[in-house]
Write a protein that binds this ligand. Sequence first.
Ligand SMILES: Cc1cc2nc3c(=O)[nH]c(=O)nc-3n(C[C@H](O)[C@H](O)[C@H](O)COP(=O)(O)OP(=O)(O)OC[C@H]3O[C@@H](n4cnc5c(N)ncnc54)[C@H](O)[C@@H]3O)c2cc1C
Length: 396
Amino acid sequence: MGRGYDVIIIGSGIIGLSSGYYLSKSGKKVLVLEKKDIGNGASGSCDDAILLQSKKPGIVLEMALESIDMYRGLSDELGTDLEFMSPGAMILIETEDDLRIMEDFVIEQKKCGLEVEIVGKKQVKKKQPHVSEGVIASTYSAIDAQVNPLRVMFAFANRGKELGMQIKKNAEVVSIDRNGSGDWTIGTANGERYVAETVINAAGPWAPFIGKMVGIEIPIKPKRGQIAVTEQVPPLGETNVWSADYIVSKLNPGKAKKREKVLEDLGVGFSFTRTADGNCFIGSTREYVGYNKNTTFEALQIMVSQAARFFPVMNNVSIIRSFAGLRPACQDGKPIIGEVATLPGFFIAAGHEGDGIALAPVTGKIINNLVLGRTNSLDIEELNFDRFQRKEGGVA
Ligand SMILES: Cc1cc2nc3c(=O)[nH]c(=O)nc-3n(C[C@H](O)[C@H](O)[C@H](O)COP(=O)(O)OP(=O)(O)OC[C@H]3O[C@@H](n4cnc5c(N)ncnc54)[C@H](O)[C@@H]3O)c2cc1C
């Protein structure tokens, strides 16, 4: 069987479609294989934030800064309104201890080029007139943004198709073999076979199953996040908001005040964003429960109560639906992006955990450069899969 494609991408989430679009734009013949439909994975059941403030200084923040620049021009480039908006964001602080930790964090982020500051109670009230009295300060960054992930995926898919990209749905990849000429033969559950020089594993939380097909262990696990959606409401304040307590407990576990056990167990970190249509997303949990995408009363009650605690006016707002998605969480908290050294032509672009929407454009650009053998402006060495194999004893 001869080579039909230059590149086969496994998974039509936002990462696979972004990679497919940029490769098609570069003239590559691309096939995307999707086991169900566009939006089946995390990218179809997630929040909409391009939040730079939550990122630790380092490669992920550097990627996010480049990605947000790309998003600014992407609606025009793709010919679709992606509902990209930059209302800014605030991380609400309730205690003096959290304030001190967030002050240090902000200093580090500023050194990395992020425009962010701490604002006092008076300023918080000005930007968030409905916020509760319990909030003593906040971070504020004007550049934090948001986008509609579904629109981004379909825009990448549609523009990609115009450039020749093919997408096959209900095409679950079940086998990957290297043939005699060094190309990859990909088999699907419905018995089809496709051959390409390059394969990209963009299967999000399912990336480890694809890895097993080529004999590697990819340390990514599904991390569930639940979200409650409100009816359409007018804006409560100028920006989207998050709470500092979860961020602080992650950044500085030693110094952070002990949170309630249930909050720790469910990994609840309050987020509150308003979509272009006026529905608010109240999130979210971070749970290791395998591939279970159910929502739970326990988590939803906590999240909705937090919304009412920060914004008492939310007691008058209806919740109209809820959903859960599975973040592709990599063992060391960073995505895996690059070619696997022991498998020339086999790339991974997965493990973006809670940052995949924010990082989709830059990931597609990086994958495109890698496949074409071009240099990337960012030093992405630390994102390579080989970081796990380099550790003593192989893959952890
Ligand atoms: C509740 C929640 C809130 C979030 N909020 C944000 C946010 O505000 N900002 C942000 O940046 N990120 C956020 N994220 C994270 C973001 O959604 C993910 O990082 C991103 O969607 C991952 O995209 P992906 O393309 O890697 O994976 P996915 O979207 O999961 O796509 C993987 C695709 O691979 C397909 N697939 C799997 N196995 C096979 C196979 N064998 N053959 C063919 N196809 C296969 C799947 O069907 C799926 O379509 C959130 C996630 C959740 C769950």
